[in-house]
Ligand binder design. Structure first.
Ligand code: MN
Length: 247
């Protein structure tokens, strides 16, 4: 099994190191990841300049671009094979609910999925990053399942792993995305030269976090697995918008 690994935290991050090491047990691993932290990059592609690919001493490729750039250029030019799976992560911090819209971790997996490859986005749902081994075991388990029994259509799974030890995990739950409250306001501050600048504030708390959601599963120490799709069409609104337009 040939596995392409990427992330949005950067090629040097502890999460991608742990993931690449663990997945060597199940396949041939290639890492192509951003040269710096691109968390929040979403699905952006770099179109206004060329991209460079350099190789670190540990064999990882790093790119002066986004997570989407990394997977795109790996699959469509850099590699001389099509990976059997794309795994993005392990992100330091959860990607649940509307986080998935902004997430570069999810975006790297999405790019694999859009190129027809089964893809996983894996996030450790805690800012401490104390239990990457729990998440690497989850990644291994999912890839073993994929190898033993491929899902017929390409699949995009968004996986969130509680930041607790393996023995405390209460199993897996297949979930839907929850939703957060609206984000905190921007934080206004001054540069040393007196210019007013703004920091984008923290994400809001979970609002729709009821049973069946990713938030709910992770809060109950379960690994959340959400199958995602990329068609943004709001099908239930098609007729309403047609009617509104015709009046
Ligand atoms: Mn990140």
């Amino acid at each position: 099994m040939r596995i392409l690994i990427s992330n949005d935290d950067g090629y040097f991050s502890p999460g991608i190191m742990a993931l690449a090491e663990a997945l060597q047990a199940i396949g041939e691993v290639t890492v192509v990841a951003p040269e710096r932290d691109r968390s929040g990059a979403s699905n952006s592609l770099t179109l206004d300049r060329p991209l460079t690919v350099r190789r670190a001493s540990n064999g990882f490729f790093f790119v002066n671009g986004t997570p989407t750039d990394c997977v795109h250029l790996a699959v469509t030019g850099l590699l001389d094979f099509v990976p059997d799976a794309v795994v993005s992560g392990i992100n330091l911090g959860a990607n649940m609910g509307d986080d998935t819209i902004y997430s570069g971790t999810v975006a790297a997996a999405t790019e694999g999925f859009l190129l027809g490859i089964p893809s996983l986005a894996i996030s450790l749902a805690g800012k401490a990053g104390a239990h990457f081994p729990t998440a690497t075991r989850v990644a291994l388990r999912l890839l073993e399942r994929l190898r033993a029994e491929p899902i017929r259509d390409p699949v995009l799974l968004n996986v969130n792993v509680p930041d607790i030890s393996d023995s405390e995990i209460e199993g897996f739950e297949v979930t839907r995305l929850g939703r957060r409250h609206k984000a905190e306001p921007v934080v206004r501050t001054k540069t040393p030269r007196g210019e007013t600048v703004y920091w984008v504030g923290a994400a809001g708390d979970a609002q729709d976090a009821g049973p069946g959601t990713d938030f709910h599963a992770v809060a109950r120490k379960r690994v959340s697995v959400t199958p995602l799709q990329m068609d943004l069409t709001h099908r239930e609104q098609l007729d309403a918008v047609r009617g509104w337009l015709d009046r």
